[in-house]
Design a protein around this ligand. Structure first.
Ligand SMILES: Cc1ncc(COP(=O)(O)O)c(C=O)c1O
Length: 375
């Protein structure tokens, strides 16, 4: 029987060889490979600075802290809990915004009604590989003088109006193995702002004004200046080596995701009980996930997914329950019914396998499996 997991990281000889070089080099911590990865990532995104992190969750929290934000931040609830958690952990208050049904991204038309005199930022989350409507979001942010922290964990290499997702505000990216590119665990922040980049680099490395690698080249490498009570959110050279190779392959991997998605759309598009994903006009969708919506008035999602799984198709759900009705957020006063569109999408969404290496026979197996499962 075919076994098609939800995703498989795309690792070749080149990643293995560069990791081996680092392991044999005698320098494993953040160092020359991390610098190279950051500089290549900044070049790819077309920004001045890229600062590597140990995760996107750290990246989001650190960005809020480096910006010095204190107050309310608007974020969708239809996301992974890390988006909202980072706001709490940075000492701010979460205000959940509603999503647009079609794209599952935050609905810009419903942001302004949430803005109060305490609002300090918006955190758009680019869901599953597709950019939010950044024209409208940036316009609202400008009008109300709000920071924009883009949670681009799921959309590395995606574009809006020809511009890379994550470069409108401050961009935060994830290199978890399910993402468009991976380092195992890891993240990145991108910005053009000299001052913010400086603060991020200090805060992520124990609040010190120089790195271990830089100090090693100095006459008195033991002299450290702790100018903040910082964290250790650093990436290391072993993982950066994977990132350097993955970044070189990113566009090719995303092109394959787009080809697979258009093949699935073509053959799943006319099944009445499901809705295939929609690419909005200005966006280049990079399908970190391929999600469909199921008509759950006609078909039980649990049965649908268990039929697919029995057929070796690793379907899953992202995200249900949405964050606002997770136990912690309910304890803050959020409840079912607060975000009807989010809740409706959460109840009907299904994630099908998506990764660059999928073969035509596997795509056909997914299509046949879905057809069988809807009856
Ligand atoms: C939208 C979103 N934000 C944040 C994260 C957290 O990223 P990380 O696992 O790198 O901390 C994830 C997924 O893992 C995510 O999907």
């Amino acid at each position: 029987m075919m076994n098609i997991p939800l995703c498989i990281p795309n690792i070749d000889e080149e990643e293995i060889s560069l990791v081996t070089d680092v392991l044999e080099s005698g320098w494993l911590a953040h160092g020359p490979k991390t610098k190279e990865f950051e500089s290549e990532f900044a070049k790819y995104m077309g920004v001045k600075y890229a600062s590597s992190m140990n995760s996107c969750t750290s990246a989001l929290q650190l960005t809020i802290e480096a910006l010095g934000l204190e107050g309310e931040i608007i974020v969708p609830s239809f996301t992974f809990s890390a988006s909202a958690n980072s706001i709490i952990n940075a000492g701010c208050k979460v205000v959940f915004g509603e999503i647009d049904y079609e794209t599952c991204n935050i609905d810009p038309g419903k942001i302004e009604e949430l803005i109060t005199d305490k609002t300090v930022g918006i955190m758009p989350v680019h869901f599953a590989g597709q950019s939010c409507n950044m024209d409208e979001i940036m316009e609202i942010a400008r009008r109300h003088d709000l920071a924009v922290i883009e949670d681009s964990a799921e959309t590395i290499g995606g574009e809006y109006g020809g511009k890379k997702v994550g470069t409108f505000g401050i961009g935060c990216y994830s290199f978890f193995p399910t993402k468009n590119m991976t380092t195992g665990e890891g993240g990145m922040i991108t910005t053009d702002d000299d001052e913010i980049a400086g603060k991020i680099n200090v805060l992520k490395a124990h609040g010190m004004s120089s790195s271990t690698y830089e100090r090693e080249k100095k006459e008195r490498p033991w002299l450290r200046a702790s100018i903040e009570a910082g964290y250790n959110f650093r990436m290391c050279d072993v993982l950066s080596a994977i990132g350097i190779v993955q970044l070189k392959k990113l566009d090719k991997m995303n092109d394959l995701r787009r080809e697979h998605a258009s093949y699935l759309n073509k053959y799943l598009g006319d099944i009445e009980a499901i809705e295939t994903p929609v690419e909005i006009d200005k966006a280049k969708h990079v399908y970190q996930m391929y999600t469909i919506k199921l008509d759950t008035r006609k078909i039980s999602r649990t049965n649908f997914i268990s039929k697919l799984r029995k057929d070796g198709i690793g379907a899953n759900v992202h995200f249900d329950p949405p964050v606002h009705i997770q136990p912690f957020y309910q304890s803050l006063g959020w409840k079912k019914g607060d975000l009807p569109v989010t809740e409706k999408v959460s109840e009907s969404i299904v994630t099908l396998p998506m990764y660059p290496q999928l073969r035509k026979s596997e795509l056909d197996h997914i299509i046949d499996g879905v057809k069988k499962a809807v009856g």
